[in-house]
Design a protein around this ligand. Structure first.
Ligand code: UDP
Ligand code: MG
Length: 321
């Protein structure tokens, strides 16, 4: 039997994709905070297929600090999956996913932890200010939360990233969710438990550029909505019914008009408008259905979520899920 993994009090889950310039400072700041708290901890870096020397830097940290662990994924899987792998490997009583670009200040961890000691299971960190972000990003992010909260039956806290502290039982609950389309913020909320939030001012990214762009954000929003709601399908049905109803009324009108007044000049423009409009609606609703079918297709393959090329600091016999 493999040796039992020693439990620590805090597991830090840090997904890394090309964060070479931020890694050391992230490590120093986080380590300092955790050491001051006098808790046992592990810092799990997940190398999400970085193309720079992030991995070498992680290895350096791993070699000098036994509390540093690494999951080296076989390629870039995206932050959601990187975090998932971190959750799978974590062993702490509490688990904290945090960005390595220092946008989530590690100095907030003691506050989160205090709330946990008060008996909360999930303490998420809500941004009261987002420094260094354009107003369009803030506005679209705000819109995103509004839309998603209309569509889903549980509420996803606004202006809240993945940065939060979770009790072990919440992590175990999330680990049972094996879906391929992982909208983590949604899953974190969906599992329930006793949740609360604290406010903080989000700093700008320390070095490097955000991997986000509006195309990704749009896809992320579609992912969020379709993962938790089939309201768009209902919308398609509803819209289809309304249009059919009015078309029927109009058809009756045309028939009677023809019977009473005879055939008049054919209306080219109006016909074209109706055809184009209906064509558009049809494509839109097929698109919506397509989004869901695509997801059914992906989920039905039951693919393994990720592969780790190698891991450092964990029990060697641990299975890679
Ligand atoms: N990240 C990752 N895989 C990716 C993209 C990002 O692990 O494919 C990590 C990244 O290294 C950072 C965090 O996820 O630690 C947040 O990324 P980013 O700063 O680009 O997002 P933003 O803060 O702009 O939402
Ligand atoms: Mg960032």
């Amino acid at each position: 039997m493999a040796a039992k993994i020693k439990k620590c009090q805090i597991s830090i889950i840090a997904p890394v994709y090309n964060e070479s310039k931020n890694l050391f400072l992230f490590y120093e700041r986080t380590k300092k905070v955790l050491e001051n708290m006098k808790k046992t901890f592990e810092i799990i870096f997940i190398n999400d297929g970085s193309k720079d020397d992030s991995f070498d830097k992680m290895l350096k940290l791993y070699k000098k600090d036994t509390r540093v662990k690494i999951i080296n994924l076989s390629r870039n899987f995206g932050k959601e999956i990187a975090m998932t792998s971190g959750l799978d490997y974590s062993s702490g009583e509490t688990v904290i996913p945090i960005d390595t670009d220092l946008q989530d200040p590690p100095e907030l961890i003691p506050k989160l932890y205090k709330k946990w000691e008060e008996g909360y299971d999930v303490i998420y960190a809500t941004r009261s200010k987002r420094k260094g972000e354009t107003w369009t990003k803030k506005w679209t992010a705000g819109l995103f939360y509004k839309v998603i909260n209309i569509f889903t039956k549980f509420s996803i806290p606004e202006n809240t990233g993945d940065f939060r502290l979770m009790d072990r039982k919440v992590v175990e609950a999330i680990k049972t969710l094996k879906e391929y389309h992982r909208f983590m913020k949604g899953l974190f909320s969906w599992v329930g438990f006793k949740q609360t939030g604290i406010y903080y001012e989000r700093d700008p990214r320390f070095k490097g550029k955000s991997k986000w762009n509006y195309w990704k954000l749009l896809n992320f929003a579609i992912e969020g909505i379709t993962s938790f709601s089939y309201a768009p399908l209902k919308f398609a049905t509803f819209f289809g019914s309304i249009i059919s109803f009015f078309s029927f009324i109009y058809a009756l009108f045309v028939v009677f008009k023809t019977l009473i007044l005879g055939i008049d000049q054919p209306g080219y423009a109006s016909t074209l408008v109706v055809v184009l409009f209906l064509g558009g609606i049809q494509l839109l609703t097929i698109g919506i259905i397509g989004e869901y079918i695509g997801r059914i297709y992906n989920e039905s393959k039951h693919r393994t979520l990720y592969f780790a090329r190698d891991v450092y600091g964990f029990d060697k016999k641990k299975k890679i899920k």
